[in-house]
Design a protein around this ligand. Structure first.
Ligand SMILES: *Cc1c(COP(=O)(O)O)cnc(C)c1O
Length: 368
């Protein structure tokens, strides 16, 4: 084909795009131009998989027929998950109340594809996780947010619901990127008032004292999503799930792609769910390190630190980007936000990684 024709065809492809796709840019996290030695930008766990679980996984893998498809809807994993939740909550959780996704991102997308028609509105908070907006827009929905400030209360939420008539509400608690909790009573009041699904993204709830899981059975339109990418240290296998009412779950299952989880994810997620003691120890460790980082970083007067219930710390203030520069010079990668005032988010890492952050902070304080 002549190069002229090639160009024309490429151009033509772009013209054929759905407007929603044309309007959106792909997601790229934080970009960097240095060699990263310590990555504190993705809120991942600093810990590797316990050796004992690795060994068991390898043994299972050896016996596994990888040439075969996985179970269509990961039935075995759903049972293991339901058993785990029953133990955690000390009540009977059935496989009909849970649905597993290829990362909780897949669940968020699925929720929108299940409920939101072109033009429908999705309501959330700001600032928050960017994927709610991304998936909403991609599916032709409208997205509105309520700022998560002192006035984020029931009266204001009720007024927004009455005015905007959303189809679906996403809340994120503990919130990414600020680490704040939304009060349980507020969420329950909202679930009571609002007719549609209230989805609480609890990606970080393992690090928090409060979560909504115990309330799921009392509120049919309330559901929580969880992930194994953060506290469970398994970002690489892409596993998340939703726990909610069985009517909701049954409908979501229609929208789910068959074979959405691969066999290796099925195997490893089951192994972790049956051996979660070590994960609990690690969570306690991260909480202690979070406290240490918070107390230290809070000594700089011109910053506002948010009390965090997650595995990261969010800092607002003028000189946060100067601090970021020093961190980057030391090959430490974090997240930053071009907001007013500017802000940064630092994942709580291993003891050594957090020490490295505090050394950078000492240098910052000398200069500022
Ligand atoms: C990391 C994160 C997720 C994504 O989890 P995956 O299971 O890795 O897709 C979802 N929600 C929030 C708020 C997150 O920070």
């Amino acid at each position: 084909m002549s190069s002229n024709n090639l160009n024309k065809k490429e151009q033509n492809l772009k013209e054929l795009l759905r407007p929603e796709v044309k309007a959106i840019s792909p997601y790229y996290g934080e970009e960097e131009n240095f060699e990263v030695e310590i990555n504190l930008s993705g809120n991942e766990s600093p810990f590797d998989l316990p050796q004992e679980i690795k060994t068991r996984f390898k043994k299972k893998f050896d016996q596994y027929d990888i040439n075969r498809y996985p179970e269509i809807y990961s039935e075995c994993l759903h049972q293991t998950l339901a058993d785990y939740l029953s133990r955690e909550l000390d009540k009977d959780v059935s496989t009909k109340e849970v649905i597993a996704g290829n990362g909780s991102d897949e669940i968020l997308d699925m929720l929108i594809r299940t409920f939101v028609e072109p033009g429908d509105l999705v309501l959330s908070q700001a600032p928050t996780f960017s994927m709610y907006k991304y998936f909403t827009k991609l599916n032709g929905g409208q997205y509105e947010e309520i700022s998560l400030d002192e006035e984020f209360n029931f009266k204001k939420l009720k007024a927004k619901i009455d005015k905007l008539k959303p189809k679906l509400i996403f809340l994120c608690s503990p919130n990414n990127p600020t680490g704040e909790i939304i009060e349980r009573e507020l969420i329950l009041k909202l679930a009571d008032y609002f007719a549609g699904p209230v989805i609480v993204d609890e990606a970080y709830a393992d690090f928090s004292e409060i979560d909504l899981m115990p309330d799921i059975k009392d509120y049919p339109n309330l559901a929580v999503t969880r992930t194994f990418s953060k506290a469970f240290g398994l970002a690489g296998i892409r596993f998340g799930y939703l726990y909610g009412n069985q009517v909701l779950v049954e409908e979501l299952k229609k929208v789910l792609k068959p074979y959405n989880l691969n066999s290796l994810t099925d195997l490893l997620a089951c192994l972790i769910l049956d051996n979660d003691d070590i994960i609990k120890e690690r969570i306690e460790f991260i909480k202690k390190e979070r406290q240490k980082l918070y107390q230290n970083l809070n000594q700089y007067q011109n910053w506002q630190l948010y009390p965090s219930m997650a595995n990261f710390i969010y800092i607002e203030g003028e000189k946060t980007f100067e601090f970021k520069k020093i961190l980057n010079q030391r090959k430490i990668k974090i997240r930053s936000y071009d907001t007013e005032p500017a802000a940064i988010r630092i994942t709580v890492g291993s003891q050594e990684e957090n020490e490295a952050v505090l050394e950078a902070f000492a240098e910052f304080k000398e200069q500022n």
